[in-house]
Design a protein around this ligand. Structure first.
Ligand SMILES: *Cc1c(COP(=O)(O)O)cnc(C)c1O
Length: 456
């Protein structure tokens, strides 16, 4: 109980039921399908619906806490969480920079007007053209391995241009999350191996075009234990002091990555709707707020005027989006009941990929009276295509709107056209206002790259 109160103090949700109908800000989500159709968009379901106010408040939660620190700070949105340009522009207007994981992400961030020198290109497998693009634009790069340092030195020498780099180190701390999103322990593919560290440091010292400006770590995602941030800050800061003493004169930044979790069960905990009783409330975890995480890190750095970069993805955008689907039908099977909807793993892959929980509920009262335990599944030809399992829900009528909550991060951006499915429309709600911020794919969008190419 206490944990729910703590979370709610920091994040108010802009997705709320009024008289049985789910609203995003002031818009009933059940109106969006017909509104899209009136705009001439016939592929109107499923649809991603984002709350602008929610995004603005999420960013403020970080920015307000960072601005109170007596040190230089930077909030870098990890754009792989969601690259919708309109959503990124909202964050830019609030003073965010961006952390990138590919050359095209870098190009888009520059096109959107983010300051190149504040961008950071991260990656354990960067191609030379990506490194070149970053160095030409004076972006920061992280160095993930000995070969990555060699690549970067070659590029800097060819371009006769300095490269500003951060070393990605592994503090070897267990973030206690799903193994696919654990990135900071010794066994992962990310970060510099201990055996290579001395060689890397020596090579950097000898190369005037490589400016070691900082240290970087990112230990995992969906972290809920604040001690994980404290412990990694301690390890990185100790290493930072050692390098400072060793005379790396450009060194002045610590980047502690992203990784803060969000409460995927917040709607389960709040709603008075029926499947609340089936949610394992022990796992409605107490998630630290951005202010708490920032304060813990600031304590570790003490009086040292080291700059702090944070690069959250999920906790800036995750709770700002829902997927509104339409129920196609209900199957009562032998041992299993199914609600079949028009949304699928092609829009929300996290349940299939990590067995992740996304809260699911009807967006409107159902015509039926009975309730049952259902698996909510899509039309994709994979048995792994499910959105939720064992949910106690009112039996929906055909055409009923059903909502998958907290899909703002790692859903649209991880989407695919598998089964030649259409990437759905995305809309942004601001008060009563609705904007289409991505139209759905057309057949032509999908087929254009298959146009024959003139070959030699
Ligand atoms: C993905 C990623 C992040 C963001 O992680 P979240 O869990 O979404 O906050 C931050 N930094 C790096 C280097 C990443 O790869």
């Amino acid at each position: 109980m206490a944990s729910r109160e703590i979370t709610d103090k920091y994040f108010s949700s802009y997705f709320k039921y009024k008289e049985g109908i789910l609203h995003c800000e002031s818009v009933p989500v059940t109106n969006i399908k017909s509104w899209l159709e009136k705009c001439g968009i016939t592929t109107s379901s499923p649809v991603f619906v984002y709350s602008k106010t929610q995004i603005v408040e999420n960013v403020e939660a970080y920015q307000n806490a960072l601005q109170k620190l007596g040190r230089p700070t930077m909030l870098n949105y990890a754009m792989k969480a969601n690259m919708n340009p309109t959503l990124m522009s909202i964050m830019k207007d609030q003073g965010c920079s961006v952390t990138l994981v590919s050359g095209l992400e870098l190009k888009l961030a520059i096109q959107l007007g983010f300051k190149p020198e504040n961008l950071l290109l991260n990656g354990n497998g960067k191609q030379n053209w990506e490194i070149e693009l970053a160095v030409r634009n004076d972006c920061m790069l992280n160095i993930d391995s000995l070969f990555n340092l060699k690549q970067t030195i070659n590029v800097a020498r060819n371009l006769k241009t300095r490269a500003r780099v951060l070393l990605r180190v592994n503090p070897d701390i267990d973030p206690k999350v799903h193994e696919y999103i654990c990135t900071g322990s010794k066994e992962t593919k990310f970060g510099i191996n201990e055996e290579d560290l001395d060689k890397i440091l020596a090579d950097i010292k000898e190369e005037p075009l490589i400016h070691l400006i900082g240290l970087h770590c990112h230990i995992g995602s969906t972290i809920t234990d604040i001690n994980v941030f404290r412990e990694s800050a301690i390890v990185i800061y100790n290493f930072y002091k050692r390098l400072k003493a060793d005379g790396y004169k450009h060194l002045n930044v610590i980047n502690l990555g992203g990784g803060l979790g969000i409460n995927y069960k917040q709607h389960a905990a709040k709603t008075s709707r029926p499947d609340f009783s089936h949610v394992d409330t022990d796992h409605v975890t107490c998630i630290p707020s951005p202010a708490e995480v920032i304060s813990v890190i600031d304590d570790v750095f003490g009086d040292d005027n080291v700059s702090l970069i944070l690069e959250p993805g999920r906790s800036l955008i995750g709770n700002s989006g829902i997927l509104v689907c339409t129920v196609l039908g209900v199957k009562h099977g032998h041992s299993q009941n199914y609600i079949v909807v028009d949304g699928a793993m092609t829009e929300v892959i996290r349940p299939a990929l990590y067995d992740a929980y996304h809260h699911i509920d009807l967006a409107e009262p159902s015509n039926h009276r009975n309730k049952d335990v259902y698996n909510i599944v899509g039309p994709v030809c994979e048995s792994g295509d499910f959105l939720g399992k064992d949910r106690y829900l009112s039996t929906p009528h055909e055409g009923c709107s059903l909502v998958v909550f907290d899909v703002g991060a790692y859903c649209s951006s991880m989407g695919s056209n598998y089964n030649m499915r259409v990437h759905p429309a995305e809309v942004l709600i601001n008060g009563r206002n609705i904007d289409v911020i991505r139209r759905p794919d057309t057949l032509d969008d999908i087929l254009t790259p298959y146009t024959p190419v003139n070959t030699l």
